[in-house]
Design a binder for this molecule. Structure first.
Ligand SMILES: NC(=O)c1ccc[n+]([C@@H]2O[C@H](COP(=O)([O-])OP(=O)(O)OC[C@H]3O[C@@H](n4cnc5c(N)ncnc54)[C@H](O)[C@@H]3O)[C@@H](O)[C@H]2O)c1
Ligand SMILES: O=C(O)CC[C@@H](O)C(=O)O
Length: 630
């Protein structure tokens, strides 16, 4: 007889909960045992042998119970602990457990004594929980289990399912051997390897589907769920050795994250970008118009650095792709390097060091000066320039600065009205202008000629800002006494050979674009940028986006959120609102922000609405991107 009925059979340990309950029980009962760690490890090993089918389940159970030395009185502590360890996506999908209560069962080789109280809160009554039961001694000690229960035996779940004699399709959701064999034995129709807490190769290999969480399982089955689109289906590609904290943070939030240690060429990126939703880069990957054209699913580009010139911001915007960066995280690192280099240059430390490396002792004070009392000229008084100003003053330097914008002086720094005035008085000139295209070759022969004879130049900003042949000539002629350069007009995409005309010149410090490459800066970036990505992907926030209207949205509570990105042409908003009105939606909030090219409107609604409205909104003329979040 054909039927549409479906039965959902859940495993308990490491599926409904994040943990193996007997391991937690061991933590409790062995708390004061000096051999606790050893015994717990033994229990974990035995559990795994059983789960992987290496030893019979009965044997695994017997051996563990012996080691546990547990008492009935310990179970209340265990239940309390397990209640806090329900799997994240199980906890957030209570609606499914309510609506499909009649079709959900737990079959576990664990014990009803602790499973029942946990799953009861998910609408699964004891009659639908199939599990073992403990055997207690008079004093409450757990001395064994009901050996007649099929679930205490090898392949017990197969027999249990047979005995249940369910009608309709049977889907088993679990993390181990005892679960996937049910499909092999033909008593289950589908097996879902549940990998939210643990992923075992044998289990995933034997699965019809891999479900990294319940959201994926519900999505595949088109069942009611807490989240519109499972995050594990959202692919994030992180290039250029982005700090591993970013991977951890984004993976922990449920996204599918891939990392590549180098940057990719345009062709490589075009190939790779097709199924990527979020791209993370540093300064060496160019996100060109062609890349954007090939990016069918791309929603975010995030620069794990300050500069965004490597990204075609307009092309991204026109395709509704939001760009974020980390404007502050590495600024202190750049400042510290600048300070260090200014001192090293003025003391000719690198020159003395090179001489000694070449077997030459040259003890001299000639051309070696303190920084105290010297004039530092900062070009570009932004986030880096300002911090440098404060630190340089603390060293006793007199700080002067020039910026194209009117910037308030910090400390005792003196604002200069023109670049040439600044250059003519500075003992050291340090460049911290931004990476806008107008700054190409901004510092060349003319500017160098305006500098004091014997002055030093530091460039930690961008390579294209300085005319390198002019700098080389000035260093060779002795016009400049030294330079520190961290950035170059052309930089390689990965570590390896590199050539610059500045190579081999005395008193020239060359570094491979590492101004922001400190552990602290990279860690901070790996915290800041993922939080922006998550805020946008999870709730639509665009605060701090560099190419997009910024909107800080209120928390989305029990509402569905429509996110509509459109061309900023007359009439689009009117059309959107006409559709919303036609479908009589209960709008709880609406937020709009525009710039000359795009409009971004967010509409929060009560949960109930006719889903036809989604198609209508997608079809509004001028729509660039539309998505629903809940
Ligand atoms: N070497 C590295 O690893 C590293 C690390 C971080 C930042 N950077 C680079 O350092 C530079 C400064 O970064 P920031 O965070 O301070 O930027 P910022 O945007 O906060 O400040 C830049 C300042 O330069 C000014 N400016 C722009 N063009 C100018 C010009 N022609 N003349 C004078 N002033 C001009 C701007 O008005 C602004 O005040 C950027 O180019 C950035 O990419 C390099
Ligand atoms: O880390 C990088 O690749 C770039 C560092 C720096 O130039 C920046 O733009 O923040």
């Amino acid at each position: 007889m054909s039927t549409n009925k479906r039965n959902y059979i859940f495993d308990f340990d490491s599926t409904l909960t994040k943990v193996e309950a007997l391991d937690v029980l061991a933590e409790i009962t062995l708390e004061n045992n000096p051999k606790k760690d050893e015994i717990i490890q033994e229990i974990i090993d035995i559990t795994n042998l059983g789960i992987d089918g290496e030893i019979s389940f009965t044997e695994s159970l017997e051996r563990r119970i012996k080691l546990l030395k547990a008492n009935k009185a310990d179970l209340s502590g265990l239940i309390k602990a397990l209640k806090k360890q329900v799997s994240k996506s199980i906890e957030s999908n209570k609606e499914f457990f309510e609506k499909f209560a009649e079709d959900i069962y737990v079959i576990s080789c664990g014990f009803k004594e602790f499973i029942d109280p946990i799953v009861k809160e998910y609408n699964i009554p004891t009659e639908r929980v199939y599990a073992n039961t403990f055997e207690f001694a008079k004093d409450g000690e757990i001395i064994g289990f009901d050996a007649d229960n099929v679930l205490s035996k090898h392949n017990g779940k197969i027999q249990c399912l047979k005995d249940m004699n369910l009608t309709g399709e049977i889907q088993v959701i679990g993390d181990g051997y005892s679960d996937y064999v049910t499909r092999e034995a033909g008593v289950a129709d589908k097996f879902f390897a549940y990998t939210e807490n643990v992923s075992r190769v044998k289990t995933t290999e034997n699965a019809d589907h891999i479900a990294p969480n319940l959201d994926e399982f519900l999505y595949i089955n088109d069942l009611p769920r807490n989240i519109s689109y499972p995050k594990n289906r959202i692919k994030i590609l992180l290039l250029e050795n982005v700090h591993s904290d970013a991977f951890d943070k984004l993976s922990k939030d449920g996204f599918a994250v891939e990392t590549v240690s180098k940057s990719l060429s345009e062709d490589e990126l075009i190939e790779k970008i097709k199924d990527v939703h979020v791209l993370g880069i540093r300064s060496k990957t160019n996100v060109t118009q062609k890349v954007v054209d090939a990016a069918e699913k791309l929603m975010v580009v995030s620069a794990f650095c300050i500069g965004t010139k490597q990204i075609d911001l307009e092309a991204c915007k026109e395709k509704g792709i939001v760009v974020f960066n980390a404007p502050y995280s590495n600024t202190r690192s750049v400042v510290e390097l600048a300070i260090g280099e200014i001192i090293m240059l003025m003391r000719s430390v690198f020159q003395r060091s090179t001489e000694i490396h070449n077997g030459q002792w040259n003890k001299t004070a000639e051309g070696s000066r303190e920084v105290r009392g010297k004039k530092l000229g900062i070009v570009g008084y932004g986030n880096i320039g300002k911090q440098l100003s404060i630190l340089a003053e603390a060293l006793g330097m007199h700080v002067y600065y020039y910026d194209v914008e009117d910037k308030l002086s910090l400390g005792n720094a003196t604002k200069m009205d023109s670049l040439s005035d600044l250059l003519s008085i500075s003992d050291v000139v340090t460049l911290h202008v931004d990476d806008n295209a107008a700054n190409k070759n901004f510092f060349g022969e003319k500017e160098i000629s305006q500098m004091k004879d014997g002055a030093h130049l530091v460039n930690l900003a961008r390579g294209f800002v300085v005319d390198i042949p002019a700098l080389v000539a000035a260093l060779k002629s002795g016009k400049l006494a030294g330079a520190a350069v961290d950035v170059y007009p052309e930089e390689p995409r990965k570590n390896g050979e590199f050539h610059t005309e500045l190579k081999g010149l005395p008193n020239v410090i060359l570094t491979p674009h590492v101004g922001g490459s400190t552990e602290e800066a990279q860690r901070d970036i790996a915290d800041f940028v993922p939080s922006k990505i998550m805020a946008y992907m999870n709730s639509g926030n665009t605060v701090d986006a560099v190419n997009f209207p910024n909107i800080r949205l209120p928390r989305q509570t029990k509402a569905h959120r429509f996110l509509h990105i459109h061309k900023n042409v007359p009439g689009v908003m009117a059309k959107i609102n006409k559709i919303l009105a036609k479908y009589d939606l209960n709008i709880t909030g609406q937020y709009l922000s525009t710039d000359p090219k795009v409009g971004y409107v967010i509409t929060d609604l009560d949960k109930e609405y006719n889903i036809e409205v989604i198609e209508k909104l997608r079809k509004v003329e001028g729509t660039i991107k539309f998505r629903v979040l809940y």
